[in-house]
Design a protein around this ligand. Sequence first.
Ligand SMILES: Nc1ncnc2c1ncn2[C@@H]1O[C@H](COP(=O)(O)OP(=O)(O)OP(=O)(O)O)[C@@H](O)[C@H]1O
Ligand SMILES: [Mg+2]
Length: 144
Amino acid sequence: MMQRSVVLIKPDGVERNLIGNIISCYEDNGLKVIHLKLMQATREIAEKHYSQHKGKDFYEELITFITRSPLCAIILQGEDVIARVRKINGATSPTDAEEGTIRHRYARSKTENCVHASDTLESANDEIKLWFSELKNIDELLNK
Ligand SMILES: Nc1ncnc2c1ncn2[C@@H]1O[C@H](COP(=O)(O)OP(=O)(O)OP(=O)(O)O)[C@@H](O)[C@H]1O
Ligand SMILES: [Mg+2]
């Protein structure tokens, strides 16, 4: 199934000049970048993005981290892109992430783990609307 997923190269990845290496991991797997921008997340957008984690012990640290400097927001497109990207990214913690994954290679901690990717079709649609609200053709980008 042709799908779209939102990937965020988080502030640690941008600060450490890893944008190119990380995007290559997706492109080398046949996934297509269809939108891309650098932006600094406001607290408002960060809180919406991570609303499911509100109240957890790592929540404040996570919001401070994701808003501290620019991130790179991307829409990737491909067959089964949602599952494939999560496999390419690897497990949340670098110590659990399989060899060859982005997080195994580049992540430094459970919070500073370089990348985010949508986990379901529904969250991909919500994240496209949240992070790319300025796009005029946004309806065409949603997974239907
Ligand atoms: N136990 C934890 N301690 C510190 N930070 C955490 C912890 N669990 C999650 N995080 C941070 O919150 C983010 C969102 O958590 P989630 O459980 O959705 O992980 P994920 O789905 O692997 O990652 P993402 O949603 O960023 O792709 C993680 O990517 C990580 O940055
Ligand atoms: Mg998640």
